[in-house]
Design a protein around this ligand. Structure first.
Ligand code: PLP
Length: 403
């Protein structure tokens, strides 16, 4: 395919998918692939789920877009449902993860400015973090790879090592506005923050008047078997949370959720978005939540996550040289690859009919639809097994020799 009219920002494989159904994608030649990355943790209910198609079609016949200058049908209802199910009192709808982070960061600084502490602007982020590609979000994550060539770093962003509480404590000062953390790092290599660590950060924030912001763009929306990943603890609620990816099930939808103490200051004129939470997006978002909001659905996610984890651990036992460590939480899971590049494994899996992702630290990332079946998990792990076998001792010996 000729991609010369596109920005060269992406370099996809030479493959064209024509349609999807559930956990399966079909390409132009009619070949079917098992989709275990689901648009990077987005297609919560798989491709073309009938409930989401119906919600979108029905809304499309009524009303698409008004902008937020009018009351958008469905927005207040969806916000109220999310508030009922979380720590939040209010929701601001966006189109993406990065915009949800932008809203979170602005809300945090605004909170302090309105509470007579305008000097509290610093946001402490973590090594290995990913928060999106806008200026604020690349600065908040601090990954040098995403900052290079884009001018000076923005002031007010501080970096802490992930998992080291004492260093974090020493970084909090009278200039700190917020601590921003992913309860499970996705791009950073599928690293869950221990619940005790999140609880300690919550306590630190309470002691110092610092706001706690969670980035649950990837690990939220049921991915770990709770509606949001921090809900595995009942003592780690944030003040502000960014969500996106899975909450729209494939339709662009994001949310910044916050307590009343924070959200009350985001008065008319302080923030806005033209598309955010338009009628199509919230109609689909409501249909997604009809599934995610059910405890039996989340129990199913936990059961299948346990199955997938067990099977990946068996792969590690059988191929300890290639599967170094099983990582992640819930259906955001994978492994740190040993004597082979994660990209090589991803490509070989794709050739064998299984679509998977990668993440930092040579990690292989799986994020199947949350309604993936046990049989599909069996199939996917069988393919992975055959890929690992095909690598064989010779390839891993070569990789080891090259180290
Ligand atoms: C994907 C992601 C983002 C950015 O979301 P976009 O929709 O691409 O802007 C932010 N944070 C995390 C944790 C993500 O995984």
């Amino acid at each position: 395919m000729d991609r010369s009219s596109l920005f060269p920002s992406y370099a996809p494989p030479n493959l064209r998918f024509t349609h999807g159904e559930g956990t399966w994608l079909t390409d132009t030649s009619g070949r079917r692939y098992l989709d275990f990355i689901s648009g990077i943790s987005v297609n919560t209910l798989g491709h073309a789920h009938p409930d989401l198609v119906a919600a979108l079609e029905s809304q499309a016949r009524k009303l698409w877009h008004l902008s937020n200058m009018f009351d958008v049908p469905g927005q207040a209802e969806l916000a109220a449902r999310y508030c009922e199910l979380t720590f939040a009192d209010r929701v601001f709808f966006t189109n993406s993860g990065a915009e949800s982070i932008e809203c979170a960061l602005k809300s945090a600084r605004r909170y302090h400015a309105m509470n007579s502490a305008p000097e509290r602007i610093e946001v402490i982020g973590f090594e290995g973090a990913f928060h999106g590609r806008t200026y604020a979000s690349v600065n908040a994550a601090g990954n040098p790879k995403y900052l290079e060539g884009f001018g000076p770093r923005l002031p007010g962003y501080v970096q802490a090592p992930f998992g080291d509480f004492e260093t974090l404590q020493s970084l909090v000062s009278d200039k700190t506005a917020a601590i921003l953390i992913e309860p499970v790092q996705g791009e950073g290599g599928l690293r869950p923050a221990p619940l005790g660590y999140l609880e300690a950060i919550r306590a630190l924030c309470d002691e110092t008047g610092t706001l706690l912001i969670y980035d649950e763009v990837q690990c939220g929306a049921g991915r770990t078997g709770k509606l949001f990943a921090h809900q595995w603890s009942d003592r780690a609620a944030p003040d502000i949370m960014a969500a996106a990816k899975g909450v729209g099930g494939g339709f662009p939808l994001g949310m910044c959720l916050a307590t009343e103490a924070v959200a009350q200051h985001m008065t008319p004129g302080t923030h806005g978005t033209t598309y955010g939470g338009n009628a199509l997006a919230v109609a689909v978002g409501a249909a997604v939540l009809d599934h995610l909001g059910r405890e039996d659905f989340l129990q199913g996610v936990r059961d299948r996550a346990d199955l997938l984890e067990l099977k990946l651990k068996r792969l590690k036992t059988a191929h300890p040289d290639l599967v170094e460590e099983v990582r992640g939480k819930g259906l955001l899971i994978g492994f740190k690859a040993g004597e082979i590049a994660n990209l090589e494994l991803r490509n070989r899996a794709r050739d064998a009919g299984l679509l998977i992702g990668v993440a930092a630290d040579n990690t292989v990332r799986l994020a199947p639809p949350l309604n993936v079946s046990a049989a599909e998990i069996d199939q996917a792990v069988d393919i992975l097994e055959s890929v690992l076998k095909s690598v064989g001792p010779s390839a891993s010996a070569v990789a080891a020799a090259l180290k």
